[in-house]
Design a protein around this ligand. Sequence first.
Ligand code: GRF
Length: 197
Amino acid sequence: MLKIGVLASGGGTNLQALIDAIESKSLAAEIAAVISGNPAAYALERAKRHDIMSYYVKKGSYTAQDDYDKALADIFNRHGVDLVVLAGFLPILGPAFIREFERRVINIHPSLIPAFCGKGYYGIKVHEAALASGVKVTGATVHFVDEGTDSGPIILQKAVEVKDGDTPESLQRRVMEEAEWILLPKAVGMFAEGLLK
Ligand code: GRF
């Protein structure tokens, strides 16, 4: 069974989507560990409620990026993690981490890459930028993580309509409901079945 390690800094609704897919047996995988860079992340609480091992790793405790990367990788390796899922993880991961899990790290981003992605585009800022630009369609993307920001090979994308009167918050919610929570378990399932090259 595929063992997943999840990195999450926020509310953890994408983590929840994975938990729900696993519990409803639509995804054959196991979440082996959850790591957060934020001790108050609700993602940690969700993990605890479902008896998933969870860790808070403070980036500030490490002076070198490599040491931080190693600390994260050590936790996942201890749990035998096959696939790392970034689900709203804010700290930057260094090349040491990416190389350790080469082609085994995926990320969910709340836009249709290559729009509204890269440095500075995270969280609500992505939806603010989409609204400011006037696009009528946005969406979400699951992609492999490489050493750049939001630049690895795209796995899945789903479009979501921008509606008149949308606020960044209403758009964020619709992108989550109509795209993110569907795409992420689907992409993990494709990885588990060996469908991703
Ligand atoms: C999601 O919008 C995800 O696409 C982005 O960060 C947000 C995390 O939300 N990378 P949650 O913590 O899963 O609720």
